[in-house]
Design a protein around this ligand. Structure first.
Ligand code: 13P
Ligand code: SF4
Length: 302
């Protein structure tokens, strides 16, 4: 089936089922093109919380679909590729978190949204890369266990006087970007600015003109002086950058920055999922209620 035929069928089924297609900025171009809403983790959470649709098709990874299910329990949440996980989210389990909590009694647990629903349920408040500093500042406790991304934890610590205890997790896609690679690309594009996602290593972030979430990087690309941007995040963001700012030039800091699980979902998968109304993600109520408190607390911080 051609891309146009697939898109038409998906649109028709979305209408029939009163569904909405949400896509993260790392998804394939054709999926982002068809989506009703594209966004970073924070934007997608807000959209999932407020949508009036009956069905949410989540073109993203498992924790994102779980967040949608937590926030909208009466809706059917479809994750077209059930195996689309997040390597960073997998770096911590509830058991490991409970052990860590015992080591630091009285500390607040701030949990990056890239985590399982069960880990969220055992945490105090969620954050994304777009609001981590505000979230950390919002808690009363002086000491914060920041899980699971160590790079984001260390970066956030620079903007607060709270004591941040980072968990040692990392996203392999961002962790693998080296300062040497960035310097080599910079040498080839001396006038270009460099924007990086806070999941990158500290030494890479030290080279950046801007550090922020995927939507932060997209905004920066529009506002920056100059016409060339080197970006240190997953290559899927290029679709947004090129579509929004066709007159500017965007250069990946590394061509290797591809999240394989984000790239699994195809238009065929979305059509199959909408036809079968499966695979669905449903968070059990015993986990959903405490996990929702953790997400709601974040959404009120903004
Ligand atoms: P954003 O919230 O910045 O979109 O990041 C999500 C993610 O998975 C980064 O690797
Ligand atoms: Fe997870 Fe990294 Fe993929 Fe983002 S890029 S979904 S953090 S593995």
């Amino acid at each position: 089936m051609s891309k146009d035929e697939l898109s038409k069928k998906i649109r028709a089924l979305l209408k029939e089922r009163n569904g909405i297609l949400l896509a993260h900025f790392y998804q394939r171009d054709e999926v982002q093109e068809l989506a009703d809403f594209t966004g970073d983790s924070l934007g997608l959470s807000f959209e999932a919380a407020k949508t009036g649709a009956d069905v949410i098709v989540f073109a993203g990874v498992h924790f994102m679909a779980e967040s949608a299910s937590i926030l909208s329990p009466d809706k059917t949440v479809l994750l077209p590729r059930a195996e689309a996980g997040c390597a960073l989210a997998d770096t911590i389990t509830v058991e490991a978190l409970e052990k860590e909590k015992k080591k630091y009694p009285g500390a607040a647990v701030v949990t990056y949204i890239n985590s399982s629903a069960a880990v969220k349920a055992a945490s105090d408040i969620c954050c994304t890369s777009a609001n981590a500093v505000r979230v950390v500042q919002s808690v009363e406790e002086k000491r914060v266990l920041f899980i699971p991304d160590g790079n984001l934890a260390r970066y956030t610590a620079k903007f607060t006087d709270k004591e941040i205890i980072p968990w040692g997790g990392a996203c392999p896609v961002h962790q693998d970007l080296t300062p040497e690679e960035v310097l080599a690309v910079r040498a080839r594009h001396p006038g270009a600015k460099f924007a990086a996602h806070p999941e990158c290593r500290e030494e890479v972030l030290a080279l950046a003109d801007f550090v922020g979430s995927t939507s932060g990087i997209i905004d920066y690309a529009g506002k920056m002086s100059g016409n060339e941007l080197i970006f240190g995040t997953e290559l899927g963001i290029l679709y947004q950058l090129r579509t929004r700012y066709p007159a500017k030039t965007f250069i990946p800091a590394s061509e290797k920055m591809i999240c394989e699980t984000m790239k699994l979902t195809t238009l065929e998968d979305i059509l199959k999922a909408l036809t079968a109304m499966a695979p669905a993600v449903k968070v059990p109520e015993a986990i959903r209620a405490p996990a929702k408190r953790c997400l709601d607390r974040m959404l009120t911080v903004g």
